[in-house]
Design a protein. Sequence first.
Length: 145
Amino acid sequence: DVAYAVNWLARRTNSATQYDLKIAKGVLVYLRDTKSLSLKMGRIDPSKRIDITGMVDSSFANGDDRRSICGLIIMVNGYCVYYKCGQQPNICLSSTEAEFVALSYCAKRIKAIKNIFDELGCEVSKSIIYSDNQPAIMIASAKAA
């Protein structure tokens, strides 16, 4: 993931090492070799079904300041409309909490995108968020008693 690598390298610019330079060269080689790839956005027909899909992942406390790093992508009918990768603003106490924070942020972004479609008169048929952390999924899907 290029965004993660650039974020990590940017935090190390004050005290860069030979290893950091090697990683930076690797990122540049990757960008050179994949410059022919692109994301394409097609026209969204408001009369057809609109599906919003979010995918999140988080790594627990691997930053220098113990903040977790999360990444998320939101797609509308298979087209990427939102992408984020970076450190979470808070310090989490577990991988479950870090993943739940990422899920929460993704849900807020999806709600904002859904509101835009609602104002345009388009009906969103479903929205799904995928995550790989089972405890966070169970917490997020728990019904209030």
